[in-house]
Design a binder for this molecule. Structure first.
Ligand code: SAM
Length: 298
């Protein structure tokens, strides 16, 4: 069992380095001994596989990843944790810590520099305040990685993994299902962390697809449509799309009808293929109008 799950040891190391937890940086460190070995094993870390970890904290997950993978590059924003990590990960010569903001870092470059010949997976206990934007960034950039395994709040896990067309789905579900096949691996109770957050978490794995499951003629427009559709999820799809895309309601109703969709439908009822069909109709209308600026309402 890793000493990094011994609360007294972790508290001792952190206090020796004068470290105090930052709520703003989502710093809740794992102290449940069963979680990190399981996460490391399920993320695909192994021989001939490199791992990128985001937010190593005191290094509890990094340690388990380093036991399995050829090499681990851990990206930590909080420079106060660098001396802590030097101490806690001293036994591993296959770990590199980079002090950087994961929201800004060039991950393509990192992979070229650090993992030129290896398969790569991403594994992280994510800071909750950047869960959705960071996941979207990692997916949209089409990084050459096999899978992304992350711990997120349970509610976020449910939304991310919900199949489009089901009640729990949201804009992120459709976006995620465009790039990967998500699966929930296991639940983690709030008491597994120091300090304990208010809510439970879950570990999910996003298995990256080689091809999207649907053909969107205009990918950018597809994501605009999905985003607009869920902007006002209590309203009908036609109202949300009309408001979100600044397109007259009558045009949206005509596009929905051409795609075989009722104007009473709601965003959460739409499957990936239906979103693609709506995108195609709105794209046709926009091309006919030859006024691309109609769509420029970001
Ligand atoms: N992996 C550790 C664990 O499981 O105990 C810590 C996880 S803690 C939930 C999130 C970590 O992400 C913290 O170490 C925090 O400093 C770091 N972090 C927060 N924002 C970040 C960012 N934008 N880029 C990189 N790391 C970040």
């Amino acid at each position: 069992m890793s000493k990094l799950t011994d609360i007294n040891y972790v508290k001792g190391v952190l206090s020796r380095h004068g470290f105090t937890f930052s709520k703003a940086l989502g710093q809740n460190f794992l102290v449940n001994p069963s979680v990190c070995p399981k996460m490391a094993a399920l993320c695909g870390a192994g021989t001939h596989t490199g791992v990128i970890e985001i937010g190593p904290g005191a290094g509890v997950l990094t340690h388990e990843l380093a036991l399995l993978a050829d090499k681990v590059v851990a990206v930590e924003l909080d420079k106060r944790l660098l001396p802590v990590l030097s101490e806690t990960l001293a036994e591993h010569d296959n770990v590199k810590v980079r002090c950087a903001d994961a929201m800004k870092l060039d991950f393509h470059q990192l992979i070229r520099e650090e993992f030129p010949d290896e398969e790569v997976v991403i594994c992280a206990n994510l800071p909750y305040y950047i869960t959705s934007p960071l996941l979207m960034r990692l997916l949209e950039e089409r990084l050459p990685v096999k899978a992304i395994t992350v711990m997120v709040q349970k509610e976020a896990a449910d939304r991310i993994c919900a199949a489009p067309g089901t009640r729990a789905s949201g804009a992120i579900s459709a976006a995620v299902h465009y790039y990967c096949e998500p699966e929930q691996l296991f639940k983690v109770s709030a008491g597994s962390f120091l300090p304990a957050p208010k809510v439970d978490s879950a570990v999910i794995r996003l298995n990256i697809l080689k091809e999207p499951p649907i053909q969107a003629a205009d990918e950018r427009l597809f994501f605009k449509v999905v985003k607009a559709a869920f902007l006002q999820r209590r309203k009908t799809l036609s109202n949300s799309l009309s408001a979100g895309l600044s397109i007259p309601k009558a045009t949206i109703t005509a596009c929905l009808s051409a795609a075989g969709i009722s104007d009473k439908a709601r965003a959460e009822e739409m499957t990936m293929s239906q979103f693609a069909a709506i995108t195609a109709e709105i794209g046709n209308w926009s091309a006919l109008l030859s006024k691309p600026e109609v769509m420029n309402n970001e």
